[in-house]
Design a protein around this ligand. Structure first.
Ligand code: PMP
Length: 420
């Protein structure tokens, strides 16, 4: 059969009906669902769905000044805006290596650090390198929904590892693996100030998790956007600080601003060259001017700046915890995050967060439903959970938002009672 014969058979068939098998994953964005549910509420709606730093702590003036310095450097450096090194600007890689050693206990050399367009891109790189359709991976339940969006495009099967109060429940995972017919390839974990739960895994458990994953030859992908945003005390060492075989992802999205799209991978032993070549294949390298701006912004500034950011987030976290106690009905429970941006709430009496959301949105308060943080964006286990963000709202808005949420829950329950 020639191409012409094939053409005859497919006459009238549009390219849209010939998409790749992975394409359905691109039609299922949970954010669309969120926007649909949230839009149409009052203009002064208090939105607890963000995952971003507060506008007040984004260092706009420093970025502007760093940008002017970057331009001056570019004008003086021949080839500064030509194509460059795929792994990124060496001065930025060195700066990151020094910072993560000082602040997170991670020992890594420049050669192991690859600059990425945020950690979102780095998750994709690790998946692209590791995963074939039909492979099995382990994710925490709940986990970061943006990572699930990536995993879905690689057509993987999931083992969902539930959390307890100390993060991923390693004993539970051990039992699951003992009876699993397949050996998973990769574990995606956010051990520190987890998104969405706010939980942090203690040191001993980190060690046990590493041992378990070694036993099965599973690559640990440690995503750590919030590790430096501790409120009460510095978290335990990163998994990568305990094991050089861990792939560690960092980002400046939460400590500077998400729009600068600047993150990095600390490549596990033996992976650095392949990840650099991958970076070159996909987008050659990060934007070279922005890498200079980030280097100039961070150097001699960020550590000090984070002290102020922590104080602001502490006040907001505390406002959220006291507002939850004041305004939510008895029987509601919540996590106690020591850092990061989120509190994970469990509603009483099996109240469905997805059903509550449009009801609450009409009353001027919105949040993300817990079940969206599971594969398939549904989970009976998390039907009564919701994620609340405390980083972006001032204390008085947090208080008012929780008052509205408490009222919405009461009205929702009453409505259910009267219709049943
Ligand atoms: N991982 C987690 C756990 C996150 O919360 C986020 C941002 N919400 C990302 C990755 C993506 O971050 P970036 O902007 O660095 O791509």
């Amino acid at each position: 059969m020639t191409a012409r014969d094939v053409l005859k058979q497919t006459e009238g068939v549009s390219p849209l009906s010939r998409l790749a098998q992975r394409a359905p994953a691109f039609q299922n964005s949970p954010w669309e669902k969120v926007d649909r549910l949230v839009s149409g509420g009052p203009a002064d709606t208090i939105y607890f769905g963000n995952g971003t730093p507060s506008r007040e702590v984004i260092p706009f003036a420093r970025l502007q000044e760093a940008s002017q310095r970057a331009w001056a450097e570019v004008m003086e450096t021949p080839g500064a805006l030509d194509y460059g090194n795929a792994a990124g600007l060496n001065e930025l890689r060195d700066l990151i290596a020094a910072r993560i050693k000082r602040n997170l206990g991670i020992r890594a050399e420049r050669q192991n650090i690859i600059i990425s367009n945020g950690s979102q891109q780095a998750i994709d790189y690790l998946c692209r390198l590791m995963l074939d359709p039909g492979d099995t991976i382990i994710v925490e339940g709940p986990t970061y929904l943006g990572a699930l969006q990536i995993f879905d495009t690689y057509q993987v099967n999931y083992i969902v590892a539930p959390l307890d109060d100390c993060g991923l429940d390693v004993d539970h995972l051990r039992a699951t693996l003992a009876s699993s017919p397949v050996v998973p390839k990769l574990l995606y974990t956010i051990p520190t100030f987890q998104n969405p739960s706010g939980l942090t895994m203690p040191l001993e458990r980190r060690q046990t998790l590493i041992e378990l994953m070694r036993e099965y030859g599973v690559l640990i992908l440690e995503d750590d956007p919030y590790g430096e945003l501790w409120i009460d005390e510095p978290p335990p060492p990163a998994l990568r600080a305990l094991d050089p075989g861990v792939a560690y992802l960092g980002t400046f999205s939460k400590t500077i601003a998400p729009g600068i799209r600047s993150g990095w991978v600390v490549a596990p032993d033996g992976f650095a060259e392949m990840l650099s070549i991958e970076k070159e294949i996909v987008d050659i390298h990060n934007e070279r001017l922005m890498m200079r701006i980030v280097r100039n912004t961070v150097d001699g500034f960020l550590d000090e700046h984070l002290i102020g950011a922590r104080a602001l987030y502490r006040a907001r976290r505390d406002a959220m915890l006291s507002g939850l106690a004041r305004f939510l009905p008895s029987g509601t429970s919540w996590s106690l995050p020591g850092g990061g941006f989120f509190v994970w709430v469990t509603l009483p009496d099996g109240i469905s967060a997805v059903e509550l959301l449009p009801f609450a949105a009409k009353r001027g308060v919105a949040f993300l439903a817990g079940e969206w943080f599971y594969p398939g964006y549904v989970s009976a286990d998390a039907a009564s959970n919701l994620r609340l963000n405390f980083s972006t709202l001032p204390e008085e808005k947090i208080e008012e938002g929780l008052r509205r949420l408490g009222d919405a829950i009461t009205a929702f329950v009453e409505q259910g009672d009267s219709s049943s």
